[in-house]
Structure formats: C-alpha cells, structure tokens
Write a protein that binds this ligand. Structure first.
Ligand code: ADE
Length: 238
C-alpha cells in the first residue's frame, strides 16, 4: 500500500507513521509513505497557501492552486510507480465526511494507493475539493486543529489490514468489532495481581471451555459498554 499525504505538516506524518507497527511495515516495504508539503507547491515568493474567505468570516481558507499542484505531483508519482492512468482515490479528512469505520478501512485496504488530503484553518477552497476528492471522511463528531491526526488514524487502521503487517493473523480476525462484538478481556502473568486472580478457566487448558467463556464475556461486555453494537449483533443472529 502506498500512502500519499498532502499536508502542511509532513514531519508530523513522518514521525507519527515511523513508529511501532507502521514503522516496521514501512521498513519492510509493506507500506510506503509519501508525505507532500502543500507549501512546496505555492507559486508565490512568500510560499503563502491561504487567504481570507470571500464573503467575510473568521479565519483563513487554503487556496486551491497549491493543493491542486500537490495532487498532480502525487498522480504523476503514482503513474511512474505503476504506469496506471486510473484516477486515484483521494480522501479528504474533514468533520463533514462520513464517519470512519472498520468496514471503510477494509474497503480502502484493497486499494494499491491512497491520497489523503489534510486541511487546516477554516478548510480548503471548495473548487479544488470538487475536482479531486473522491471520499469525504471524518473520524468523529469533534473538531481537531487539522487533518493530520485523522489521516494517521485512518492509515494506522488500514495498515494493520495489509497482509503481513501484523505478525499474527489471529489478531486481525478475533479483534474487537468483528461480528459486532467487543473483544473478551485478556490476562497475562502474574497469576495474582493486587489480590485478583486470573479466571481459572484460562488456566485449565480446556480450549472449548475457554472459547465459550470468552464468547460469553464478549457478549456481556458489548451489552454493557456498547448497547448500539449489541443491537446490531442480535439482529444479525436472526
Ligand atoms: N479535521 C478536523 N477535525 C476532523 C475530524 N473530526 N475528522 C476528520 N478530519 C478532521
């Protein structure tokens, strides 16, 4: 998977993605990351990328040209990498988008490359968005200072679905949210912590009992913590 990120803060993207599991996947070449600084595509001598909104109002709006030139450069790179003419998927991270979800991550993980567009200030000139954006996606009903963290949230989530990024295939399949259930509680050594013992079934070595216990706890936990998800689970059982 190749991630292109059009941003005013490429260092933030590099630092965020170069750690932990995504960092290891980048090192192995399972993922490739191309952060592109939109400011490098400003064609004025002060490298200005924003201006006052027409019609007045608070804040500044990102101008269309530098965003468009950065997009063109990403498209050219993609063409050079794989010779494809196909219009790449461009994800504009915005609180106005559809809510990000595991199912969207699964769909996006099938692409060979994705372009993330990160806005700042009061947003980006609508005309360039109309021209290049294929998906508007939000990570939740709250407002962040910019699109870099949401883009990284999405890339992290997509990355772990790419083959071989996680060492253990098991953890992709039995994780929280699969089948609309939250994951069961986990325990490790020591056997007693602050007087609390690990549930004895987990020490029994009886795999069928362990599985039943875990399944029951998944149900209990989902019912208690995510009644909305539990309702979906019940519907799908019918
Ligand atoms: N940009 C600012 N807030 C955001 C959010 N909640 N989701 C996606 N992009 C954003």
């Amino acid at each position: 998977m190749d991630f292109y990120v059009l941003t005013l803060f490429p260092e933030m993207i590099k630092q965020g993605m170069n750690t932990s599991i995504t960092g290891r996947a980048l090192e192995k070449g399972l993922l490739r990351l191309f952060p592109m600084n939109i400011r490098d595509f400003a064609k004025n001598k002060h490298f200005r990328v924003d201006d006052y909104p027409y019609g007045g109002g608070a804040g500044l709006v990102m101008q269309p040209e530098p965003v468009y030139y950065a997009y063109q450069e990403a498209c050219n790179q993609i063409k050079r990498q794989n010779g494809k003419e196909k219009k790449p998927r461009v994800i504009y991270v915005t609180p106005q988008g559809q809510l990000f979800h595991q199912s969207i991550a699964k769909e996006l993980a099938k692409e060979e490359e994705l372009i993330f567009l990160c806005g700042h200030y009061e947003g980006i000139d609508e005309r360039v968005l109309e021209e290049i954006v294929t998906d508007h996606v939000s990570i939740g009903d709250y407002i962040l200072t910019g699109g870099e963290l949401p883009a990284m949230v999405m890339m992290d989530c997509i990355s772990r679905l790419i083959p071989n990024v996680l060492h253990n295939k098991e953890s992709v399949e039995t994780e929280s949210l699969e089948g609309n259930l939250l994951e069961y509680p986990q325990y490790t050594r020591p056997e007693v912590f602050h007087g609390k013992k690990v549930p004895s079934v987990l020490l029994s070595g009886h795999h069928a009992n362990i599985e039943t216990w875990r399944y029951n706890l998944s149900i209990e936990r989902t019912k208690e913590r995510r009644p909305d998800l539990f309702e979906k689970y019940v519907k799908e059982q019918k």
